[in-house]
Design a binder for this molecule. Sequence first.
Ligand SMILES: O=C(O)CCC(=O)C(=O)O
Length: 284
Amino acid sequence: MEKKIIRDMREYFEADLATKYKSTAGSQEAVAPEVIESCLEQVERQGYVIIENLLSPALVEEIRRDVVPRLTHSSGRNTFEGFRTQRLYAVIEKTSVCNDLVAHPLILGLLDRIFQPNYLLSQLQVINILPGEDQQPWHYDDGFYAVPRPRPPLGAATIWAIDDFTAENGATVVIPGSHKWVDRVPDTGKNPEQQSVVMPAGSVIFFIGTLWHGGGQNRTDAGRLCVTAQYCAPWCRQQENFSLSVSRDRVKQCSEHIQRLLGYSIHPPFMGFVNGMHPKRLLE
Ligand SMILES: O=C(O)CCC(=O)C(=O)O
């Protein structure tokens, strides 16, 4: 066995000590630097960026065909879930149709610039806002980490439009610039500064966890379908307990990137270990 000499704490914290499974963070297909920079400039300024038509119409249709039959209940359990909103949880265990969205190279390219390597998927959901749903209460997604603002984000999220998002059908609402608010809280309900994330099916909004937002009110007679993935810094607890919700057989079928995002990865020097070893040994 190789014996590693580590001289100080800094070296210890930065070292990839794993021998067999080196970190694959940042190894996805590269995206043009000017695209990443332009997106990050918007995220820095307004807290979010909307990228239109990132998915092919064929994939959008494949997702819709796969997920809609799985949405069998008609109501959430509280105002946050929405009493006229359908949600599908444990998505990766049930279907792999959303995996390409979770590990999309542009999204990972942005996350690479916001978080330390080996950031994690925090949760993945399908959300269908049904006719008559009210606007969701305002929230910011990393608010459950009790670290006072202002601060860098501890999470980031994507909301992928599977239906066209319109101001009438429940498009996500955001308050531009609210990621910089310190202790200001939006008034309950509609807000004069809010904007609807109007975008065609196949588009995505990427935003950081400090941005105030919510699901929009649906005043139409059709649903508003999306897939949403949230990510967190590599040392934060994931919202969905993927170790328990995604079976090992399922994980084995996932790409290297999805495996890493689920938690089959190490945040140096050793966060995430299993029996003192890299968690990917469980997949052997
Ligand atoms: O469905 C949406 O547009 C947003 C949902 C959301 O923010 C949430 O459920 O946390």
